[in-house]
Design a protein around this ligand. Sequence first.
Ligand SMILES: Cc1cc2nc3c(=O)[nH]c(=O)nc-3n(C[C@H](O)[C@H](O)[C@H](O)COP(=O)(O)OP(=O)(O)OC[C@H]3O[C@@H](n4cnc5c(N)ncnc54)[C@H](O)[C@@H]3O)c2cc1C
Length: 385
Amino acid sequence: MAASGTHSASAPHVAVIGGGICGLASAWRLAEAGLRVTVFERERAGRGATWAAGGMLAATLEAEPGEEAMIGLARWSQSLWPEWAARLGRIAGCGVGYRDEGTVHLAVGRDELTALHHRLRYLKRLGLPVEWHDAAELRVREPALSPDVLGAIASPGDHQVDPRAVVPALLAALAEAGVALREETVVAGIEPAGDGWAIRLGDGGRERADHLVLAAGAHAGGLAGWPAPPVRPAKGQALVLQMDPAAPLLRHVVWGSGIYLVPRADGRLYVGATVEDRGFDRQPTAGAVLSLLEAAWRILPGLEELPLLELVTGLRPRSRDDLPVIGPVGGGLHVATGHHRNGILLAPATAELVVAGVLGRPEPVDAAPFRPGRFPHKIEVPLSA
Ligand SMILES: Cc1cc2nc3c(=O)[nH]c(=O)nc-3n(C[C@H](O)[C@H](O)[C@H](O)COP(=O)(O)OP(=O)(O)OC[C@H]3O[C@@H](n4cnc5c(N)ncnc54)[C@H](O)[C@@H]3O)c2cc1C
């Protein structure tokens, strides 16, 4: 990985629209590549979907029929995370919550056991590194699990970070790399201006950039003048409970049916998450609390004693085919959105692809399945730049 970048005043200027993990990670690596970078964030950086996320880096267990195109990208991004975590930790002077105990996907009852055996065969056919743990093995690793748990797929390479530690670390990395961060600054639209682009700000101001990176998450579809990627919000609600950090109920990330539990080193237990089609509504609901707690309690009954710290909601950016939308559109426009359930996992790979696109370098992996132009109504540059 390159050392921290210093840009010259004549370096091309890249404006990144959106300061979630995808925008911040891209901005960091662009600045390290020697470009002048400004991030425009309409609220506080990192407080969108990124703030609500579980932080699982589940390249293996997230593999889904129909989404196989993503496995290579996800595994590559997962492989970049240990070095990213170490570098960000060094720059920020504190960790980003990287934990490598791995993940287990559990079955409760015979039906779930049969389904999980099918899933194990599917993951093995894809050549993914998974193994089976029977109930006795599981209870040695996680004694607080329900006696109704019958077995699990173990994915030792699916680790986690804490997004709420990653955000401040990325902000420190941006500051070190010389990125200008403009929070509480809405980008209202863009228009061609000479060889580059004019950025219209919500407060009436205007800025100029040679390249634009659209990383506005679930809002990426609605920017005036931009060839809108087909991205919509997928609401997610999750709970945060508090375990005793000296005697945590759980050490591994655990998945059950419609539920996952992510234990942090400080004892917080993240219980996630719903996936709802509710437009831009972010209102927490009693139904989500009920379904999350019921599903979590089936696998970890002891959690009923834990203090409830928080109910979080966020809007995942979901594309029409559930794959991320990353790459150049043309004319100096680039997209980095549509990461749906896996934006934390995919942030390092996204950033590297954005850098390759802006600099016109070969892509480090085959990114054809994720290109913005793949949709039937091709994303066109609206006006010639
Ligand atoms: C409940 C939940 C659990 C999740 N768990 C995981 C997980 O375990 N692992 C994982 O990998 N992923 C997970 N995700 C998905 C992950 O959080 C997202 O894919 C990722 O955060 C998307 O990052 P982003 O930068 O694209 O979007 P965001 O973080 O939403 O950032 C977009 C930013 O753009 C800003 N913006 C929008 N419009 C404008 C504008 N016009 N001008 C300026 N700024 C603008 C917004 O204010 C926002 O800050 C989860 C998501 C949710 C909701």
